[in-house]
Design a protein around this ligand. Structure first.
Ligand SMILES: [Fe+2]
Length: 280
């Protein structure tokens, strides 16, 4: 009992410290050019903003694309299948300057800091290839990520993504009482799954399909998303889909242990392809 009270107090204190830190940092937030401000404001309202590499026009994009295409050409078919489900091939490419230089582009970091509201940490980059699967499992289930209170993943499509390729899909942040209520219901259902996720069938009984937003797009599409606060998933696909995921949180995230996977040995690095995912 005493332990439960102590742990509740510690949670409350950490949330209070977070609010104070947000408040203290507000005056130091970088100012953004109007187009970039649009991204940050859309993230606050909707939780997602979709643009393209061409529109963002960050100086190191050409090097990023060339490195991504060269790494992609060495990715092979899935080597690990779990109960009939083909797991994605994931490579941690944060150590390669072509990827990390893009991830620390000043304009990009300013947009993300402006949204997160605190000094940020860039945790790394995954290059991943997702394979056709008929079952809705793993990240194809509706879920929320858990690394921090607010976080950003920047997803880049490396091939054209149609319905067949399993585009990213999400539900915008709730805007009224009813939507908030539905979100709480989903949070409750997620807890019951131990946060593994909910399938379309169950999800649609609480949040109707009309509220889901699918994100097909050409190669070079860039999706900014706060996957902690936005319900999301990848959809069942018949074609392969290649993407990059750049990951950012506040500089002292709530769950630092979940952030290391974007730069450590959890997934293969380009020079260790024979032991991809430690399961090669
Ligand atoms: Fe996710």
């Amino acid at each position: 009992m005493l332990h439960a009270i102590q742990s509740k107090i510690s949670v409350l204190k950490s949330e209070l410290d977070y609010k104070v830190a947000l408040w203290n940092h507000e005056k130091n937030l970088p100012t953004l050019e109007s187009g970039d401000n649009l991204i940050s404001e859309a993230l606050k309202k909707e939780g997602v903003y979709i643009t393209s590499l061409a529109e963002l026009a960050l100086p190191s994009t050409a090097q990023l694309l060339s490195a991504a295409n060269s790494q992609l050409s060495s990715l092979v078919s899935p080597r690990y299948i779990d109960k009939g489900y083909k797991l994605p091939q994931i490579y941690t490419v944060a150590d390669l300057p072509e990827f990390s230089n893009w991830g620390i582009e000043e304009r990009l970091q300013k947009i993300i800091e402006n949204y997160i509201g605190l000094p940020i940490a860039f945790h790394g980059v995954h290059l991943r290839k997702d394979f056709p699967n008929e079952q809705q499992l793993q990240t194809l289930l509706w879920h929320k990520d858990a690394e921090d209170r607010r976080m950003i993943k920047v997803i880049i499509y490396l091939n054209d993504v149609t319905k067949e390729h399993g585009p990213f899909e999400y539900v915008p942040l709730p805007r009224n009482f009813l939507e908030r209520l539905r979100n709480y219901q989903i949070d409750y259902e997620l807890k019951k799954t131990n946060y593994l996720g909910i399938n379309d069938d169950k999800f649609s009984k609480i949040i109707p399909k009309s509220a889901w937003k699918s994100c097909p797009g050409k190669a070079g599409t860039v999706i900014f998303v706060d996957p902690r606060n936005v319900l999301h998933h990848g959809t069942v696909r018949r074609e392969e889909r290649s993407t990059l995921f750049f990951v950012y949180t506040a500089n002292s995230p709530k769950r630092p242990e979940l952030c290391t996977q974007y730069n450590d040995e959890t997934f293969a690095k380009p020079n260790q392809q024979l032991t991809a995912n430690g399961i090669g």
